[in-house]
Design a binder for this molecule. Sequence first.
Ligand code: PGA
Length: 231
Amino acid sequence: MCRKAARILSAQVVLKPGSVLGLATGSTPLGVYKWLAEWCAAGDVDFSEAVSINLDEYVGLAPDNPQSYRYYMDDNFFRHVNIKPENTHLPNGLASGKAEECARYDAVIRAHNGIDMQLLGIGHNGHIGFNEPGAVFEMDTHCAPLTESTISANSRFFSDESDVPRFAYTMGIRTIMRARYIVLIVSGAGKAQILKDAFTGPVTPQVPASVLQLHGDVILAGDEEALSLLV
Ligand code: PGA
């Protein structure tokens, strides 16, 4: 699954070296970043002109906090490939003004003429980025509260559940839907039901990922367990 998604991302960069990649964190994409790093080291894919714009970042975490998404991206991807540090973008968890930070991030996306290919995971509750159930579809980058289920799912990365930030900056559904291509990666039996709901159920803000049914170019890369209720 990760190899497939990594192939699709590398094809994007090979065909358009200056691609703007929308990147994601979480457990699922780790394998994607490993493959890309391996192929970059072998000289098969070159990120020197690529730009990355991540989906989200926790509010309140510094870039050098190991739980921040900036840290995750540096640690798992950026420092293993030849992408220029100045071409890597995430919301700033420590920004003083939330509205200003959201506006800044949207301006970064606009200045790069939008996202060519967006990598996405899906939460057990159907969230994409931190667009949780009930999120309004027509939103750009905003500061969103985490639901209890996401706080509890993400607490595995923190020493205590009370340490999980309660808010995050996230691209909105509208931002995500403007990406030219979307690659959704999903693994494990635990995601099978939500994947089925997202792609065969109604398009509803209660299942944020269901909006992807309205996008013209979504590639779903899943393992057998995750896809088990779809096929
Ligand atoms: P996971 O997160 O890859 O760690 O399961 C996916 C998500 O919550 O978007």
